[in-house]
Design a protein around this ligand. Sequence first.
Ligand code: SF4
Length: 314
Amino acid sequence: MTRVQPTPMINPDLRFNSYGSWLRRRFGCRVSKVNVDAGFTCPNRDGSRGVGGCIYCDNSSFSPPGTQPALTIEQQMAEGMSYHRRRLNSERFIVYFQKYTNTYSSEEALADLYRRALDHPDVVGISVGTRPDALSDGAIDLLAELARDRYVCVELGLQSMDDEILTRINRGHTLAEYREAVARLTGRGIALCTHLIYGFPGESRESFLETAELMASLPMESLKLHQLHAVAGTRLADLYRQGEFIPLTHGEYLATVCDFLERLPARIAIQRLYGSAPLAIRVAPTWGLKNNQMWYSVVNELKRRGSWQGCRVE
Ligand code: SF4
């Protein structure tokens, strides 16, 4: 196959379009995401869409310390901003409504939370994590209104484009519902991000790679990728103990992520390349790699191949 030449969006050192570089290009300074827990729940846990949640779901695995609903979002923002200012010299911030389903409330409550986040002078925008089936017309109208003069990103959890896998993991929505949510959000000035996981039981490398084509066909601005991992207290951890979940090796994940990036258009920025649940609750896989080792394992594999994000896009 003829290789497409790298575009200016591809960071030559990293060989992919990193979201950090994307933010710097867009805002002209170092921008960090600050996570907040605004006290939402999830329709896939409270019975309105499902019970028990996704089989891998334990929100403590993706919530940094300092984000707890006992604190106001202003307190959480102050703590997060101070951390990122100290650690990374960040100058501006995106408030990330992360935990559970962050559009699952009344429009009045959503407007209050989003506007309070945007009121801070150092906040350039918000990012809202949600499910495809939890976006009312009113919530989309609100996000579109805010997006007229601020950066507003909706992060949609899809995880897999295979409806059989979505059923097996108790995801509670289908690919068609995801496509419909993307269509309803498109053209409203809202940036779109999708969350994907690789390594579900019964998933093939080939079927995961097809997801790159799906992403290429949609107006996606960024993506988050991670390996399926089991954390303590989840159904997935039980399946692992029963031998029904065989985690990927690091080598398998690395090879497939690089194959995926090669098939993904360069315009789509990469927000995350791997998952990193806290060691204390991580059950499997345990690859024994620190975050920067995971990151550079992808960078170094792309270098070794002489390839880059989008080099195999027709
Ligand atoms: S949609 Fe998200 S918050 Fe809800 S059960 Fe699944 S992983 Fe957990």
